[in-house]
Design a protein around this ligand. Structure first.
Ligand code: NAD
Ligand code: SER
Length: 310
């Protein structure tokens, strides 16, 4: 039996649904508690309704299940955050403080909190963006993630909190839907290609962004959480890279499977967000410290997405 019990907060989202499945396989059904805002009628596994901003209830759930690790996934993503800046700042920061404080007080032992490529901004070098570089994000989401990273490192240095983090690129998977990000087009395009053979993209043809298949994002997350503490040398957040592509390149890849597929472009407010982010990421620190290497490129991901969505 596992000595670890995991609480996933924000477990009904794009990452949480898949992460919970993987963690249940590793730690056992009874050692993973999923929690999110809504009551669910038919949850897979143990489920609790929880608003992460309700610190008292969060502590009660941690005590009820003797939780040792928290994966904090509840956040407002880039596009939604631009529409609701105050709510985004409040959730993205206060939620993190509640979890970091639980670790500081010794109630839990380990924290996972994802950051994002959104911590970079228009003054950051865009190609092969280094781990350590200029960071002047100009989105509410990016500002909250950068502040969150600084707090994670602060809690590690000052209070010895074992917090671990990855700067995810745009994530793509077939099992769950994305929740309000700028990279969501790269999931929608596969669904529309199969259903309607056409897609109108909200980013322009040549907008290159760092992306990653969900299989790789979960592999990275679990590898980082499993790594011996002394190997986790970066306590703000690690750059990781999977692949980089433009809307045209993903459309060309889909056309190899669905020749009649067409794409058109109608950039909206998300274009400005995308233009402020890196095109590709240097992940050499993650590779050196805990052996990070992705399995999927664009061609392999497209095969897998279309096969599973069919
Ligand atoms: P998502 O929007 O799909 O899911 C977030 C979940 O959090 C939702 O189920 C929502 O109901 C829940 N939630 C919202 N407010 C809550 C609250 N107050 N209390 C409890 N739960 C609440 O997001 P995701 O894509 O799964 O992202 C998870 C984390 O990963 C976020 O921190 C996000 O910033 C980060 N991230 C995601 C991506 C990506 O491409 N998906 C990329 C970079 C970073
Ligand atoms: N996929 C995320 C977003 O677009 C990046 O953090 O918001």
């Amino acid at each position: 039996m596992s000595s670890e019990t995991i609480l996933i907060i924000g477990a009904n989202g794009q990452i949480g649904l898949e992460l919970a499945e993987n963690l249940r396989t590793i730690y056992g059904e009874n050692n993973v508690v999923s929690a999110d805002l809504k009551d669910l009628n038919n949850p897979h596994g143990i489920y609790e309704r929880l608003d992460v901003l309700d610190k008292e209830r969060m502590y009660a759930i941690i005590k009820k299940y003797n939780v040792t690790q928290v994966y904090l996934l509840a956040a407002l993503l880039s596009a939604t955050a631009e529409q609701k800046p105050k709510a985004a700042w409040n959730l993205n920061m206060e939620g993190l403080f509640n979890v970091l404080d639980a670790a500081k007080e010794g109630i839990i032992k380990k924290v996972y909190w994802p950051s994002s490529i959104a911590v970079f901004g228009p003054t950051t070098p865009r190609v092969n963006t280094p781990q350590y570089t200029v960071m002047e994000p100009n989105t509410i989401y990016g500002i909250s993630k950068l502040a969150g990273e600084r707090f994670c490192e602060y809690y590690f240095q000052k209070y010895n909190v074992d917090v671990r983090s990855i700067r995810y690129p745009g994530l793509i998977g077939w099992k769950s839907a994305p929740g309000g990000g700028t990279t969501d087009y790269a999931v929608h395009i596969y669904h529309e290609a199969l259903k309607n053979k056409t897609y109108e993209c909200f980013l322009s043809e040549q907008t290159a962004l760092p992306m990653m298949y969900m299989h790789d994002a979960l592999k990275a997350t679990i590898s980082l959480m499993d790594a011996p503490a002394e190997n986790v040398k970066i306590r703000s957040s690690y750059n990781i890279s999977g692949m980089s592509f433009t809307p045209k390149q993903i459309a060309d890849e889909i056309k190899k499977h669905i020749p009649e597929f067409t794409i058109s472009y109608k950039p909206d407010f998300r274009q400005t967000i995308a233009d402020s982010w890196p095109a590709s990421i240097d992940d050499s620190y993650a590779n050196k410290d805990w052996g990070w290497k992705p399995d999927f490129d664009l061609a392999k991901m497209t095969d897998d997405m279309l096969m599973n969505l069919k």
